[in-house]
Design a protein around this ligand. Structure first.
Ligand code: GDP
Ligand code: MG
Length: 597
């Protein structure tokens, strides 16, 4: 089709507002995916994603649609639905001219809705409001339309009422995509520039790159050059996504497609990088490229020391597919050999851990996540520290800076008080509060990222009966009065339990942590002291009394199946223990610091 008949769009929504369901319906109605090959939610195709009901990796699909006898080509570019991946969201938005803004008509605007809309507006996208779930008895599309107008300032007079689930309003949406979203600009004569909005590693073909041709054109066999990574390749295969890969010989400005070029790692073809022709290079790259910066770090240690080489192999393989994952070897006397790994955020961290265990059959101990501190040392140097146990001693450091985030929480007004308490408890600095409607408010705080790592989101949900939502973004580093809290178990320092806390909280954290560890560490045949220290000063101390009886004696005379169960439980418990000196420390103990009351 001519470029004037191409539309590139994405769907933005708060989690659960119906993005995937709508995408499925669009694919179905355009005949892109037949009913019988339709697995539920075609676009979320990673197991993990499906289980969690979230979209992690974006993908694309090309649809054909005829309106008034004109054939159109509609490219849907899916965006990940989590703040950890907001950079990827912004790159996929940059590959589009328009966006469907899906809002659940029974819920209204949520924090993620706002964050995504801002990204879309920054990228100058034409936004089509879609009020979804109108089949629900509690749906109030007109009220929600007004809410969107008030909060976002978006004209909702022609918002589309839709039920993705029931298939209502889908044709109207397709028509609106064609009539309201502009076609790409025709720059097919310019030197080629294409924006990478996704890439993944295929063990047989190497990296598959998803891109949007912004200028010029690309042919099969072309020698191409990646501006940010500085690598060049031959495009062995190019094609479109319909939504399965289909080879073509050429792609023009405005089109969306994939290429494979025997690229060995996604680090060479990063999201946001610009592809150009090796022989006829574009003068400048497309705007917006950023290196992925890990925001949280944790230690990963195999329970069984023999699994160290397998862990390294697994991390290397995952990295081929995940340019944001960072890792380096870490050893500690308590834990043995492992890796210090860096992640974009907490979800990213969980995903990697889970994949390592599921896909590579590793049993790991994960230490509590830490943010990256900046330490200004006496010798004038500034070092980055992402491992609390390696924080320079007080005599060597002048000051410590920690990353701060701006967080926006949307909540029904009755919970404003509890969220303000939460903000306060987490060293938050109140910035502003606005009523976005009569009943809902937006609260903005600046707070240390370290205070969000852990149970902040759970707290937000539990203190508002699940009604509040939030988004955050990094704002910068700030000096704080921080100290390092170390833990000794049975007289031995356990480095992975070290944590960096604000001075005012150190005593309370020390007390709560030692108490919690006492609950979590199984009793042994001898008494175990558990201590929290700052430097050489013990600030809290507990002691775990000895146990003499075997676990089985509990059901002495009991029936055999109960005994078996207990033994099994004990064995499962063992899997997740790390022997630290003579003491077995369970996985939960390493995370205890995140969940102190
Ligand atoms: P996403 O997180 O934005 O991708 O949302 P999903 O498409 O996964 O939908 C979240 C939930 O809402 C699922 O249980 C869907 O079945 C349901 N859902 C989606 N659209 C509709 C709709 O139009 N009506 C109703 N009643 N439920 C819907
Ligand atoms: Mg989804």
């Amino acid at each position: 089709v001519p470029i004037s008949n191409i539309r590139n769009f994405c769907i933005i929504a708060h989690i659960d507002h119906g993005k995937s369901t709508l995408a499925d319906k669009l694919l179905q109605l355009t005949g892109t995916v037949q009913m019988r090959e339709m697995k539920e939610q075609f676009l979320d195709n990673m197991d993990l994603e499906r289980e969690r009901g979230i979209t992690i990796k974006l993908q694309a699909a090309r649809m054909r649609y005829v309106l008034d006898n004109e054939p159109y080509c509609l490219n849907l570019i899916d965006t990940p639905g989590h703040v950890d991946f907001s950079y990827e969201v912004s790159r996929s938005l940059a590959a589009c001219e328009g966006a469907l803004l899906v809002v659940d008509a029974s819920q209204g605007v949520e924090a993620q809705t706002l964050a995504n809309v801002y990204l879309a507006l920054e990228n100058n996208l034409e936004i089509i409001p879609v009020l979804n779930k109108i089949d629900l008895p509690g749906a109030e599309p007109d009220r929600i339309a007004q809410e969107i107008e008030e909060i976002i300032g978006l004209d909702c007079s022609n918002a589309i009422h839709c039920s993705a689930k029931e298939g209502i309003g889908i044709t109207e949406i397709l028509n609106a995509i064609i009539t309201r979203i502009p076609p790409p600009k025709d720059t097919s004569e310019s030197p080629m520039r294409a924006l990478i909005f996704d890439s993944y590693y295929d063990p047989y073909r190497g990296v598959i790159v998803y891109f949007r041709v912004v200028d010029g054109n690309i042919k099969k066999g072309d020698r191409i050059y990646f501006i940010a990574s500085g690598k060049d390749y031959y495009a062995d295969e190019i094609g479109v996504l319909s939504p399965n890969q289909m080879q073509v010989n050429e792609l023009y400005a405005g089109e969306v497609g994939y290429l494979s070029a025997s690229i060995r790692s996604v680090a060479d073809a990063r999201v946001g990088d610009t592809i150009t022709q090796f022989g006829r290079r574009a003068e400048s790259s497309l705007p917006g490229y950023e290196e992925a910066t890990p925001m949280v770090f944790c230690g990963l240690f195999p329970v069984d020391a023999d699994q160290f080489p397998e862990l390294r192999d697994a991390l290397e393989k995952l990295q081929l597919n995940d340019a944001a994952l960072k890792f380096e070897p870490e050893t500690s006397s308590a834990m043995g050999f492992g890796f210090r790994c860096g992640f974009l955020g907490l979800l990213h961290m969980e995903i990697v851990q889970e994949r390592l265990e599921r896909e590579y059959n590793l049993t790991l101990i994960t230490t509590a996540p830490s943010v990256v501190y900046r330490v200004n040392c006496m010798d004038g140097k500034t070092i980055e520290c992402s491992n609390p146990s390696l924080l320079p001693e007080p005599g060597k450091r002048k000051s410590i800076e920690e990353p701060f985030v701006k967080i926006e929480m949307l909540t029904p007004k009755e919970y404003i008080g509890s969220l303000m308490e939460l903000g306060q408890e987490r060293r938050g600095e109140f910035k502003e509060m606005n009523y976005i409607t009569q009943n809902r408010a937006s609260l903005v705080y600046h707070l240390p990222l370290a205070e969000m790592v852990g149970d902040f989101f759970d707290q937000l949900k539990s203190r508002t009966k699940g009604y509040a939502s939030m988004e955050y973004s990094f704002v910068g580093y700030r000096e704080s009065d921080l100290v390092k809290l170390d833990v000794q178990i049975n007289g031995e320092p356990v480095e992975p339990l070290s944590t960096i806390v604000h001075k005012d909280k150190a005593y309370a954290v020390g007390r709560a942590l030692t108490q919690k560890l006492k609950e979590l560490i199984p009793r042994q045949m001898f008494k175990i002291p558990i201590q929290a220290c700052i430097g050489t000063k013990v600030i809290a101390s507990e002691s775990l009394s000895a146990i003499r009886k075997d676990v089985l004696s509990k059901c002495y005379g009991g029936d055999i199946s109960r005994k078996k169960k207990l033994l099994k439980k004990q064995a499962e418990g063992k899997k997740r223990m790390k022997a630290v000196g003579k003491v077995d420390v369970p996985q939960e103990a390493f995370m205890a610091v995140l969940r102190l009351e």
